[in-house]
Every structure is written in C-alpha cells, then in structure tokens.
Design a protein around this ligand. Sequence first.
Ligand code: IPM
Ligand code: MG
Length: 371
Amino acid sequence: MTTHKLLLLPGDGIGVEIMREVERIIAILNGKGGANSFETESDLVGGAAIDAHGVAISEGAMEKAGIADAIIFGAVGGPKWDDVPYEIRPEAGLLRLRKDYDLFANLRPAICYPALADASSLKKELVEGLDILILRELTSGTYFGEPKEIVTLENGEKRGVDTTVYTTSEIERIVKVGCDLARKRSGKMHMAAKWNVMKTGVLWRDVTVATHKAYAPDVELELILADNCAMQLIRNPKQFDVVITDNLFGDVLSDEAAMMTGSLGMLPSASLGPPDPKTGRPKALYEPVHGSAPDITGKGLANPIAMIASFAMALRYSFDMTKEADIIEQAIATVLGNGLRTADIMQNGLEKVGTEDMGKAIAAEIEQALG
Ligand code: IPM
Ligand code: MG
C-alpha cells in the first residue's frame, strides 16, 4: 500500500467549508483500504495566516508544502484584509507557493456537464458537451515581472508600473506541456497572445511556432490574438480544445471559460511544476478557480464541486489513480443529473441543497461506485 501525504490549505471564506467535503471523500477512500491511502495535514494560508502569523503563508506551512505529495488549496482573501499592505495581502501566500515550487503549468479544464447545459449564460447548443482546457503559464509574466511599483513623479503625480517578462525557456516548457495534453485529447491547440501589441507576445508567437515544429508537428496549432480568443470563446467555444496562454490572459480567459460551464463554482484546476528528479512526479497544487466568496461565507451555500473536482485532478495527475478520479467525476455528473443544485447553479423545479448536502450526495455516489 502507498501512503500519499496531502497538505490541506483551506484558506479563507468558503475555502474552509468546501475543504470539509474533500476531507469526507478522503475518509471514504482511506476506509476502502485500497492500494493507496492518504495522510493529511492542514495549515493556514491567506487572511487566516495573516491573522495568526502576520504573513500570508508561514515558513512552517511552506515546509509542509515542500514535503507534501500534493497540496490541496481552497481560496484566499476577503474584505477583512482589504487594508493590509500589498506585500502582505492574502493572495501573496498563493503566489509564493506557485513561485517557490515553480508550479508553472496551470490546467483549467472547463467541462459542461450535460445536466448544466441550461445553467450556462450561453445558449444550450453552444455549451452542451463543451470540454476545453485552458493551460495558463503561472509563474512568470505580469504577475512576477520587475519593476512592479507605484512611484511618485516630480510633479507629484503617481505612476504605477507592472512589467510583463517572458524568456524562451519559460514559453518553451509550457508549449511542450500543451502539446503533450493536446496529443492526449483531440490533437488541437490554440496559443493566445497579443503579438500585434506586446513584445512578449511576439516572443510567445515565435517560440510557440518553433517549439511546436521541433517537438510536436503532429499537433494542430493555431495562433489566436488574445482579444479575439475572448470573443471566439463566447461566439463558438467548441472550436477550442487546448488553449495555451500567458499568466495574465490565462487568469481572464479561464474565468470566462468557467462561466460557460454554468458557474465559476464548477471549475477545478491543477498547477504542476517540473518533474521531481527523484520521483519523476511534478510538485502539484490543486485548487478551484473560484475565490473565497465572502458574500456567502459561513452560510453553507457554497458549491463544493470545483473543490471536489480539483481533488479528482490530484488523484489523476499526482497519483495515477485514474479509476478513482473517474469515479469522482462521474459521481458529480450523476448527482447533477439527479437534479441536486447549489444556489449558484439552481434551475427551476430542481432540488436546492447546501454545501454539505451536495458533498454528502457526491460522497454517497463515490462510496457506492467503489463497492
Ligand atoms: C486565480 C486567482 C488568483 C490569480 C488570485 C487569487 C491571486 O484569480 O487563481 O485565477 O489571479 O491568479
Ligand atoms: Mg483568477
């Protein structure tokens, strides 16, 4: 039997509530006594860590993250920390995890479950059967480029600066991940950038074309301007399969893709680093794409599906537990098919449930399928 170490970082707001539903599933998997079992540790991140330690992630939590086989992350932030200095803000904890562990490949699959085709803000026929994967570069670009500052000019005016930086190798490695994923899917990949305006966009285009030619000429590659991509996603989303893009465009395009699936509460993500030289496995963090949702925190209303689906991605990408990952994803589809809905995906005539009841229903399906 293999025991995997998980670090659970629920964070703030609804992160805490939805993480409980993942713990419920972990307990079921452990109870079945299969070939894999899980050992969990928890720690604070985001505003909760600021309250306890004065920083958005403590050195102790970073160390635990370093030895964990996978990090399961909830959400960070909330109005309570709106006035803390920029350097300390809750998001800094997440950004440090991404940067220090080099989690450069962020997979954000947007799948429209058949039962939710009506819940999308787009027409049903546009999203029914939708299955796209936004692959976002996560450790460089505008998020981390220097200088990043607000300076006061001689005339007293202020000037804010963010810097978008990419190097050849940073683009190359994400393009290769995109090609690998495209090969396992429909064999089609788009690359979205702004080579008509940005120098980093020119580099993204040139490096993508060269890497694709040398590494995966069998993959069908299309270059698309990022603004056009945003438009095409709304016009005809099913033309896309894998879409690779930079850190900032990826942040925006993945929220857009998420909404097509019915709700931001549905979209999971995996953030993967380079393979570890010893184990061959990438360092990995799994998190829902949605945030901490302060407006509904503590009310038991949050949709736990993106969090649970993120855990399924952990089983798939970190532990090769394909069967269990399939079972979890199927359990989500079944429960939705049975008409259970949290408030964010509620439709007329269906059964409205809270976080815990949704989690329990999915857990029951998993338990049954595991036999
Ligand atoms: C995301 C989030 C984060 C980001 C925030 C919380 C820093 O929006 O993961 O998409 O901007 O990357
Ligand atoms: Mg975002």
